[in-house]
Design a protein. Structure first.
Length: 91
């Protein structure tokens, strides 16, 4: 189970995701909940992040927390999220 969580809405949704999920997509709102960041770190719950999608919809690219999460040791990956909507290459 890997829901979209922490992209928009109430940051408390991340608590539900922590309790029920094997991983989450997005997680940019974890930046507002350092305790939840620590729990995701301890449990090694993967966070698949989509900076291009977030830049277009919610959070500017330069404010994306991916580098911070990576530096802190969270399990993070980069994702395309919506490749048909956010397609940035000629291929």
């Amino acid at each position: 189970f890997r829901p979209h969580s922490g992209e928009a809405g109430d940051p408390d949704h991340l608590i539900s995701a922590y309790l029920t999920s094997q991983g989450i997509n997005h997680g940019v709102l974890l930046r507002k909940l350092p305790v939840m960041q620590y729990l995701f770190y301890l449990a090694k719950i993967p966070v698949s992040m989509s900076p291009l999608s977030n830049n277009a919809l919610f959070l500017s690219f330069d404010r994306n927390p991916f580098p911070d999460y990576f530096q802190r040791g969270l399990v993070v990956t980069l994702s395309t999220d919506d490749p048909l909507q956010f397609h940035y290459t000629r291929e």
